[in-house]
Design a protein around this ligand. Structure first.
Ligand code: NAP
Length: 283
């Protein structure tokens, strides 16, 4: 039986102290505020937004929804981001991605000022992750994987780590962050030859693909820690991860569940980034 790396205690540990920090800011007349920019109404975006709204109220962060129709133009999106940039009441902004096809995501992300970029959308923040230097925030999901490992005392140093996925949201940044912590990282993708064989060699396997149940018994070994980042619509309703949990769980040392794993931590990390951005704005 594997250890189950649940997200809730990690999120609680992160949230501890944030309420007090939010209260300190409020006492100075500053209400920490996150703009949540959503274009259209995709299911995944709505469920993340729902999680943010519930969580943030408890900590004392104001959430300002900015909603645009799915068919909006690039100019309309740019105009909203520029309004967010100019509004001193807003300390951080998250924009749900991917955007509808007609929109240039990189151009939109690059419009946001880096000081409000609490989820690493801008080139400036990405450079911080790449170089390990600078003020930019790490992407919340990649940071959540690190928080999960740290909370459960799993030190990446010296470990062989396979990351499946090379997106700018998760795969690439988490690979960089793990490498900065002295892990030896193999970043895998859809063209990786013998993917199960590469993954079987790893001490830690991080899966961020977006394909329900893709990782099965053939990808793992008995000493492995598996972190499942995937969020997919489950055939029976609700959500499921990229790992075939029932098959893999008895075969590995530790595994994070979906739901109840990385996703829970992501909302708490975002919260922490907003408080930090608000604190920086007071200096
Ligand atoms: P993405 O941009 O679509 O990237 C998916 C990656 O998986 C790509 O690098 C792709 O390789 C790789 N891939 C696809 N099919 C593969 C295959 N058969 N074998 C090996 N690699 C394959 O997705 P993303 O934004 O990184 O998100 C990944 C997952 O994380 C999704 O399920 C998403 O919902 C979830 N997510 C979770 C959280 C959270 O808080 N838990 C937050 C955000 C996203 P190529 O580069 O070769 O195409």
């Amino acid at each position: 039986m594997a250890d189950i790396l649940k997200g809730a205690p990690v999120a609680e540990a992160i949230a501890e102290g944030l309420t007090a920090r939010a209260a300190r800011l409020r006492a100075q007349g500053i209400e920490p505020c996150l703009a949540v920019l959503r274009v259209g109404a995709q299911d995944g975006d709505l469920s993340y937004e729902h999680a943010i709204l519930g969580h943030y109220d408890q900590v004392g962060i104001r959430v300002m929804p900015v909603l645009l129709p799915a068919e909006c133009t690039q100019a309309a999106l740019t105009a909203e981001i520029e309004k967010i940039n100019a509004d001193p009441r807003i300390h951080g902004c998250i924009m749900f991605r991917p955007l509808p096809r007609q929109l240039d995501e990189q151009a939109a992300a690059g419009t946001l000022i880096p000081s409000k970029d609490v989820d690493c959308m801008t080139p400036t923040s990405l450079l911080t992750v790449l170089t390990g230097r600078g003020d930019g925030f790490a992407p919340c999901t990649a940071q959540s994987c690190m928080e999960l490992l740290d909370y459960y005392g799993i030190d990446p140093a010296g470990k062989r780590i396979a990351v499946i996925g090379r997106s700018l949201v998760i795969g690439k940044p988490v690979s960089m962050m793990l490498q900065a912590r002295n892990a030896t990282v193999t970043m895998c993708h859809s063209k990786t030859v013998d993917l199960p064989g590469v993954c079987r060699q790893a001490d830690i396997l991080i899966v961020a693909v977006g394909r329900a149940g893709m990782v099965d018994a053939g990808f793992v070994n008995p000493n492995q820690v598996v972190i499942d980042v995937g969020i997919n619509a489950a055939p029976e309703g609700g959500i499921c991860g990229d790992v075939l949990f029932e098959e893999v769980e008895p075969l590995v040392k530790a595994i994070s569940p979906v739901p109840g794993g990385v996703g829970v931590v992501t909302a708490a990390v975002l919260c922490k980034h907003v408080i930090e951005a608000a604190e920086k704005a007071t200096k």
